[in-house]
Design a protein around this ligand. Structure first.
Ligand SMILES: [Cu+2]
Length: 384
């Protein structure tokens, strides 16, 4: 009996030990609010969005891990983090081609909006004030904002001129797994919405305004990218020399008098006036991406549409790794072109073959001629 009870005691100890080892793994994700639950290690059941009015006139973009295209903020922390991110809606005049400017509806004053970088499992506490009823200048030095503003000021194409265009707006993060009728709801000019989402799945995701007409609000400029890096990384993480974000989108503008305005008939007919990488037809040609011969370049490519596809290609390179939708599970090898529908994305890697010029194009050449073209300039080999 004594031996048996000792054995039972031992078993209990072992199961306790095992239990204490298993529990942290199963609960790797942290629950924060009542009602949240875990399925397959992911967090669901987030609290209801809050809609309120606030006396806020600070920077329209706040958050440490936000950047302006083609930059991606490095994740300089281990494990998971809670990010506090603000992107206010403001109307700004933006240039999308030489001599072609229109009054855009924006998240944070640029088209596309800021790129947010988080890690799989991170939590985002998101705030957005609909400031469409106030003129907000974002190109003047903004204190208390993110490094995004410095990059935005260095961007020669976003000479933002503030405008007032009151309109309901909303935010739809494709990276969030929530009830859209709650979190992605429209808010009136002057209102603020606050909600949380957990980056349950790795990927490169689109965010956009989901207020009707979604086609119009997207085409007016309300979109951007969220990069959710996989918890365990990609197999080539240690080999990558340069990382850039490329966002493709099309514009539907017509000239009325001296002004360019959104043309809904053209948008419905999918007859784009311009197609651009990173918001301007010259963004990646006048300011090309830089690397050296033999470098491994990683591009996070997102096609936001709103309606067009992209056959993304780099002339002179072969993509030796492609992770479709930026999931490490979806690995392809040896791709010449990656086909991206509206809101599809991929992580694309290639080795720069030699010193020279490598053009980035949408190989649907009608769109390349409309502006979906850019360049990477490679210097001589320096890496040993
Ligand atoms: Cu909107």
């Amino acid at each position: 009996m004594k031996t048996q009870s000792r054995r039972l005691c031992k078993l209990a100890m072992v199961s306790l030990l095992l239990g204490s080892m298993v529990i942290p793994v199963a609960n790797a994700q942290k629950l924060k609010h009542e009602g949240e639950f875990i399925v397959d290690g992911m967090v669901f059941g987030l609290p209801k969005a809050k809609v309120f009015t606030e006396d806020y006139s600070g920077p329209p973009v706040v958050g440490e891990y936000l950047s302006a295209l083609p930059h991606l903020q490095k994740l300089d922390y281990k494990g998971n983090k809670e990010h506090h991110v603000r992107m206010d809606v403001i109307s700004q005049k933006v240039e999308i081609a030489p001599g072609v400017s229109y009054t855009a509806w924006t998240f944070g004053g640029s088209v596309p909006g800021p790129t947010l970088h988080v890690r799989e499992g991170d939590r985002v506490v998101f705030t957005m004030k609909n400031r469409s009823d106030e003129a907000v200048v974002v190109t003047d030095p903004v204190k208390g904002g993110s490094p995004y503003f410095e990059q935005l000021q260095a961007n020669p194409y976003q000479k933002n001129v503030p405008a007032i265009t009151p309109m309901p707006h909303s935010m739809d993060f494709h990276s969030g797994t929530v009830a859209a009728d709650d979190k992605w709801r429209s808010i009136a000019p002057g209102e603020t919405i606050e909600f949380e989402w957990v980056a349950n799945y790795p990927g490169v995701y689109m965010y956009h305004c989901g207020t009707a007409s979604v086609l119009m609000h997207s085409a007016m400029g309300q979109y951007g990218a969220v990069v959710v890096s996989p918890k365990k990384g990609f197999s080539t993480d240690k080999k990558v020399d340069h990382e850039f974000v490329v966002v493709q989108s099309e514009f539907y503008l017509e000239k009325i008098g001296t002004e360019y305005v959104y043309d809904h008939t053209a948008a419905m007919a999918r007859d784009a006036s311009h197609v651009a990488f990173n918001g301007h037809v010259s963004a990646l040609s006048k300011t090309p991406l830089r690397a050296n011969a033999g470098d491994r370049v990683r591009l996070y490519v997102l096609n936001v549409g709103p309606s067009g596809t992209s056959s993304f290609h780099v002339i002179g390179a072969i993509f030796d790794r492609v992770w479709y939708e930026a999931s490490p599970e979806n690995e392809w090898r040896g791709m010449q072109t990656v086909l991206l529908g509206a809101s599809n994305a991929a992580v694309i890697e290639f080795i720069v073959p030699e010193e020279g010029l490598y053009k980035l194009v949408d190989h649907e050449f009608a769109d390349a001629e409309r502006g979906a073209a850019g360049a990477l300039i490679a210097g001589p080999r320096v890496k040993r």
